[in-house]
Every structure is written in structure tokens, then in C-alpha cells.
Design a binder for this molecule. Structure first.
Ligand code: NAG
Ligand code: NAG
Ligand code: NAG
Length: 448
């Protein structure tokens, strides 16, 4: 039922000393590894060793919240990922058995001991234990040796992250005290335990944290607490990890709920960073997707750049947002119950509603005779997930999920890769469905 898109996996090989291929990052699509399997790296943590990035995450392929494995993927371009051995596997009779919860694995390198140290949220299936877990290895993917789970300084720890400062001092970032207080605690020199709370944002109800340090300022990025549902993620600044932290500020237009995602990791990129979030799908956890966007400081503060299709140049520390050709839904040909809608949130003030259940709209676009990304800008107008059929030139249709946009006309975009003919193509949305699709605002056709 989900999109099966060849994507990210097929990189043209330019030869042994290949120049850096520019591979698209397309958030919300199904991302596959170099073997063609869906990437299972939820609650991500990224580690860079030499020129290789390691992506650690939760393998949720069993569609269960319970612990299956901490996966380990490698890449040199942040877009093409190869799955390696599992970094950490369940151990019966411990807090990391298959009946427990293990979330948000993060790895840092301890220079003193020449050892990789993994921290994670370690819990029972009811989330009642609220512990950290620690494991160590001599190589980035391990496999890691589990050391144990406990409550840091005797207090709760649920969602967590790590921050390694320039002076090799490391910190645990964690939701504590029944998720009411958010704390930053310093680790010992082995990175095996915490020693003391450095700062706390009491009563802040934050989770899903990451920190980016930029020009001596620490930017804490975190969500609030709303279970699997997304909320407007925030940033806080401080010149010291010992505080005092600023008031919260938005990293994205709050109505979008961080483009329907929750922070997992924030990776520095040149003078900016990459926001790496999860778009959780609680009823089908293994189909949760990844929302990665540039986090750009050019306004003076970290702001997500909404980019349907973009590339990163890891060597230059830069990113590039693809531009495409926009086609307004209202300029398409409506059939059946499809209705022209007027609302200021639609581009041009207009969109098309009552798609599905007999309503459809056909939009003529120009193609380049190849598979191309098409972004559907839509609004569901309520708090349900929908989906829409799309067919090209009357061919068989593919289904595109349309995550909950909330009430009102909040616009989100979803990508789909379509094989377009050279020249004119007719794309039909909403035909042959027995449920309502989202209202369609516009589509953008990209050249790759
Ligand atoms: C972590 O440190 C605390 C004291 O700060 C101690 O009580 C606890 O036993 C330590 N835990 C481990 C697993 O070493
Ligand atoms: C947060 O609350 C704890 C007690 O729960 C207190 O020890 C600490 O000083 C408080 N921190 C701040 C920054 O208010
Ligand atoms: C499509 O969305 C409808 C709700 O609008 C839902 O009932 C149906 O299960 C979805 N279909 C798939 C295949 O996800």
C-alpha cells in the first residue's frame, strides 16, 4: 500500500575516483538503502568518522515499538546509505530484550579510550522505567557491548541525545521528571555515566533534543511532548551549556507542526546544519519516513528551509535546493464532484477540493522523458491521514499518502516519482477512489 519508489539507491558510478555525485534528498518519500530495502533508522543519530557518516537508528520493520535492533548505515554523501551489521541486538533477560523499548540511539567517540560509546533511551513497554542505556564498541558499527540501563542521577530520562563539545566534554540531553523538566548533564571522561546536571529547563516539557554549536553559541533544538503526533519544534540559545537558556523560538511555521515531523538529530553543515526528523506513523511504525531539511542561519536564527528536492555537498558544507515548475490545481480540468475552493492559504487563493469519491482533476505538465519528482501541495482540512491516486497519461495509478494537516487549510507537500513523457503529460489526481483525497493546491514538477 505504500509507494515503492526506486530512490536514493541507484547512483551512477562514475569510476573508482568518482567525483561527489549529487544525490537528491526527498523528505517524506520511502528511502531505500543500496540493497533496495526501506531504511530503518528511526530516531536517528549520526556519527562522522573520517569521510564516512554512520547513521544509527531504530529498526521498526516489525511495525512494533518494541526493540528489534539498532541499525547502522554508512554513507559518504548523506544520501546513498548502505546497511551494515546491526550495531546492537536484543539480549533476553535484560533491559534490552525484545519486550523492552530502545529508542534514539546516539554514538560519540571517546578519544581517551579510543572507544565508541552509544547512549539510548532504555525503557519497559509501558515507558515506566525511564532510563538511559549505554553500550560500547571499538569500531563504529560495533557490534556494541551493552553495559547497562539506569536512571541518570536517579531521575527519569526518556527522549535523549548527546552533545560532544569541542573540548571533548560530552553531555546527555534528556527529558526528565516525567517529561516536565529538560536537563543537560555532563558525562564522565569515559562517557559511561553522568556526573552532574549542567543546566535544566524546568517545566519546559521538551523532548527529541539535539544541539548545534555555532560561533560559540549553543542552539538546543527540541520538540514539545505530544506522543507520536508532531508539534512545532523549537530552538533555545545559550552561550554556555550551564545556561541560562533563552525563551523558545520556532524553527518552522508553527501551523505545519515542523512539516509534520519531530527532531531526531541536527548535523552541522558548514555554517548551517541539517534538521533530521522523523515523520512518525504510529499505526505502521516501520513506514515512518524521514524529514531532512536544511537548517539555515542566514536570517540570524536557525530556520528550516522547506525543500521538496535538495542536494548536499558534504565537502563544501553547502546545500542546494532544486527548483521546479509549478502548476496550479485550479488550472486543471475538474471532473465529477471536484470543486473549486477559495482560501487565502492556497497559492493564488484557489485550490481543488472534493477529490476522490468520484471527483478528480487532470493537470497538464511538461515532462523530460524520464522519472521525475512531483510534489503535491495539499490540505486535508481535518486531523486524519488521507491519500490520493495519481495516474500519468491514463496509466495505472499510484497512491500517495497525505499525512494529517490538521484543521484549517495548512498546506503540506508530498513527493511522488513519476515516469513522464518528453513534452506534454496529463496527471490525474483523485480518480478511482472510494475515500476523499486531500484538497489539492498545486503541484511542482522537478527535473530530477
Ligand atoms: C552513575 O553515577 C551515579 C552517581 O553519580 C551512581 O550512583 C550510579 O551507580 C552510576 N551508574 C553506573 C551504571 O555506573
Ligand atoms: C529545576 O528544579 C530542580 C528541582 O526539581 C532544582 O534543583 C533546579 O535548581 C531547578 N532549576 C532551574 C533552572 O530552575
Ligand atoms: C487511504 O486513505 C483512506 C482515508 O482517507 C484510508 O481509509 C485508506 O486505508 C488509505 N489507503 C491506504 C492504502 O493507505
Amino acid at each position: 500500500m505504500h509507494l515503492r519508489l526506486p530512490h536514493l539507491a541507484l547512483v551512477s558510478v562514475l569510476g573508482a575516483s568518482a567525483a561527489h555525485a549529487q544525490v537528491d534528498i526527498v523528505s517524506g518519500a520511502r528511502w531505500t538503502d543500496t540493497s533496495g530495502n526501506t531504511i530503518q533508522g528511526h530516531g536517528a543519530g549520526i556519527l562522522k568518522v573520517g569521510s564516512t557518516f554512520y547513521w544509527f537508528g531504530e529498526d521498526k520493520s516489525a511495525n512494533s515499538a518494541l526493540f528489534k535492533a539498532v541499525s547502522c548505515y554508512t554513507s559518504t554523501d548523506l544520501a546513498t546509505w548502505t546497511r551494515q551489521n546491526d550495531a546492537l541486538s536484543p539480549q533476553s533477560g535484560t533491559m534490552i530484550s525484545t519486550s523492552n523499548i530502545l529508542e534514539r540511539p546516539k554514538v560519540i567517540f571517546n578519544n581517551k579510550n579510543q572507544e565508541y560509546v552509544m547512549w539510548f533511551h532504555s525503557d519497559t513497554s509501558s515507558y515506566g522505567a525511564a532510563m538511559v542505556g549505554v553500550a560500547t564498541a571499538k569500531s563504529p558499527c560495533g557490534p556494541y557491548t551493552y553495559k547497562g540501563s539506569w536512571k541518570p542521577l536517579g531521575a527519569d530520562s526518556r527522549d535523549e541525545g548527546l552533545f560532544l563539545d569541542d573540548d571533548q566534554t560530552a553531555y546527555l540531553l534528556y527529558a526528565s521528571d516525567n517529561n516536565q523538566d529538560f536537563k543537560i548533564s555532563q558525562l564522565d571522561s569515559n562517557y559511561y555515566n553522568v556526573t552532574a546536571v549542567a543546566s535544566a529547563l524546568n517545566g519546559s516539557t521538551l523532548e527529541a533534543p539535539g544541539i548545534v554549536k555555532r560561533n560559540g553559541v549553543y542552539y538546543l533544538i527540541a520538540s514539545h511532548t505530544s506522543g507520536w503526533d508532531p508539534n512545532p519544534n523549537k530552538y533555545f540559545t545559550s552561550s554556555s551549556l550551564h545556561g541560562t537558556w533563552s525563551a523558545q523560538n520556532d524553527i518552522a511555521p508553527p501551523a505545519t507542526n515542523t512539516y509534520f515531523s519531530q527532531n531526531a538529530y541536527d548535523l552541522p553543515l558548514g555554517s548551517n546544519a541539517i534538521y533530521m526528523g522523523d515523520r512518525w506513523r504510529p499505526d505502521l511504525l516501520g513506514s515512518s519516513t524521514y524529514i531532512w531539511y536544511p537548517l539555515d542561519w542566514s536570517s540570524g536564527a536557525p530556520q528550516i528551509v522547506h525543500a521538496d528536492v535538495w542536494t548536499v555537498n558534504v565537502n563544501a558544507g553547502t546545500y542546494s535546493v532544486a527548483s521546479g515548475t509549478t502548476y496550479e490545481a485550479e488550472s486543471g480540468t475538474r471532473s465529477g464532484s471536484a470543486t473549486l475552493l477559495t482560501d487565502s492559504s492556497f497559492s493564488g487563493g484557489k485550490g481543488v477540493g472534493y477529490l476522490g469519491e468520484g471527483g478528480s482533476v487532470a493537470i497538464t505538465v511538461q515532462g523530460q522523458g524520464k522519472a521525475q519528482w512531483v510534489a503535491l501541495y495539499y490540505a486535508n482540512g481535518d486531523s486524519t491521514w488521507r491519500n490520493t491516486t495519481v495516474s500519468v497519461n491514463g496509466g495505472s495509478s499510484v497512491l500517495v499518502d497525505q499525512p494529517n494537516t490538521g484543521s484549517g487549510h495548512v498546506i503540506l507537500s508530498m513527493p511522488v516519482k513519476l515516469n513522464l513523457n518528453q513534452g506534454s503529460n496529463t496527471l490525474t489526481f483523485g480518480a478511482g477512489m472510494s475515500t476523499y483525497a486531500g484538497d489539492l493546491d498545486k503541484i511542482i514538477v522537478y527535473s530530477s
